[in-house]
Unconditional design. Structure first.
Length: 429
């Protein structure tokens, strides 16, 4: 790569603004570390006149980012728009075809089109870098691609969404309900103001799990529907009861190879209070990797926000400036095979069940009969009566139960006339 490097930044939201400032203020540091002089020659954003912390240089502004490729000589392009398709995909695709290196934090784009885009990058001998797409400032992808390159990895799991982790931690700390804590998270900028659904329903963590699976197990990105549940149905009552049982509730993303088959899922879990993952609180993320011969590796840090994301984007930039042309997923596209998919119905977990029922004789025996019919055995039962409402909360911890039997049980419970609310099921981890 030549000594003078031209850079374009597409998308000037919180992360794009922060990154632009980093690029402009750290030029000398970058030159000392890489011998390359960077120059931002093009920027693009949806709204040129939006209030920002600093004035944007209108002489390098393009309202249509696709014009940048035609009119400017670009070496490296940052895509920070964040959509899985549309202009995000178009600009990345066009850049790679024009032999321009691309750096993006866009997990939605990579989890959906990563295989195709990595093939394009390899064909045109340029880099497609996406360290910032998973776990913000934690260098997990580079750790897997380089630091653990000769290890046989078999399981990766962790807290991959800072919004959900903050909400669950804050509910436990303040004893407040989900809606109030979500509003607080939105006011602090931890959750999107408009529609935080993709964080809360597990989709965001799931996109990250798909990227981690592909890297950790040298497979093509899986397209199969998998177990994905969010935290929208978690009540403070569950957090309180879990705490009394010496557990905390965490939204975990988990991927592993089971008998040569890929098993990916995202769902709330009850984790032991004294476990490592049980003590990762607030907006922090943590990723735990199991492999041979390394054993267990743990990485923890800020998983979101402009500072953490920009840190990862800058590390990708320095990697490119040092002349490291690499396979985006650590292995040539042709050598990454489609994964065989594990049948999640055969997986087994101990369960936490919370049932809100009418307080009358015979209800518990009906429930235990349903459990027995589904071959699910009980480890512990707690009954919390509410005499005023003539109702009761029944909390059941089960021994390990096969997933399809758990689902049959929930369907049976929903049909029971004594149920006041939908049953709550959380798996133990």
């Amino acid at each position: 790569m030549k000594n003078k490097v031209n850079i374009a930044v597409i998308g000037l939201g919180h992360v794009g603004n922060y990154l632009l400032n980093e690029l402009n203020t750290k030029k000398k540091d970058i030159e000392q570390k890489t011998g390359k002089r960077i120059n931002v020659v093009a920027i693009s954003a949806k709204n040129k006149n939006k209030k920002r912390k600093f004035k944007i240089n209108k002489s390098i502004y393009f309202s249509n980012p696709l014009d940048i490729i035609k009119k400017k000589k670009i070496d490296i392009l940052f895509e920070i728009i964040g959509m899985s398709d549309g202009i995000s995909k178009k600009i990345v695709e066009l850049s790679l075809k024009n032999k321009i290196h691309v750096i993006t934090p866009n997990k939605a784009l990579i989890s959906k089109h990563g295989d195709y885009l990595s093939k394009l990058a390899e064909k045109n001998k340029v880099n497609l870098e996406f360290e910032a797409s998973v776990a913000g400032g934690i260098p997990i992808l580079r750790t897997i691609k380089e630091g653990l390159a000769t290890n046989k990895l078999y399981k990766v799991y962790g807290i991959l969404n800072g919004t959900c982790n903050y909400i669950l931690s804050e509910m436990e700390k303040t004893k407040d309900n989900f809606i109030n804590v979500l509003k607080k998270a939105q006011n602090l900028g931890y959750a999107e103001q408009g529609n935080p659904k993709l964080d809360l329903n597990g989709y965001d963590a799931f996109a990250k799990i798909r990227i981690l699976s592909s890297l950790a197990f040298n497979k093509k990105i899986s397209k199969k529907n998998c177990l994905m549940e969010g935290i929208e149905n978690i009540d403070y009552k569950d957090i309180d009861i879990a705490s009394q049982l010496n557990f905390r509730i965490k939204l975990l993303g988990i991927t592993e190879m089971v008998n040569g088959k890929l098993f990916e899922r995202v769902h709330p879990c009850l984790v032991k209070k004294d476990s490592y993952i049980g003590n990762v609180n607030g907006v922090m993320n943590a990723v735990i990797v199991h492999g041979k011969p390394v054993g267990e590796s743990v990485l923890q840090g800020e998983g979101a926000g402009p500072g953490a994301t920009s840190s990862a984007l800058m590390s990708d930039l320095l990697s490119i400036l040092r002349g490291n042309i690499k396979h985006p997923f650590g292995l040539h596209n042709n050598k990454r095979k489609k994964a065989l998919i594990y049948n999640q119905k055969n997986s087994s977990n101990s369960l936490y069940l919370r049932l809100e029922v009418k307080d009358k004789p015979g209800v518990l025996s009906e429930i235990t009969k349903l459990l027995a019919n589904n071959k699910i055995s009980i480890e512990r039962v707690i009954q919390i009566p509410d005499h005023k409402k003539k109702s009761a909360s029944i909390v059941i911890i089960t021994h390990k139960a096969v997933e399809f039997r758990s689902q049959n049980l929930i369907n049976g419970l929903k049909k029971n006339k004594n149920m006041i609310k939908k049953p709550i099921l959380i798996r133990l981890f």
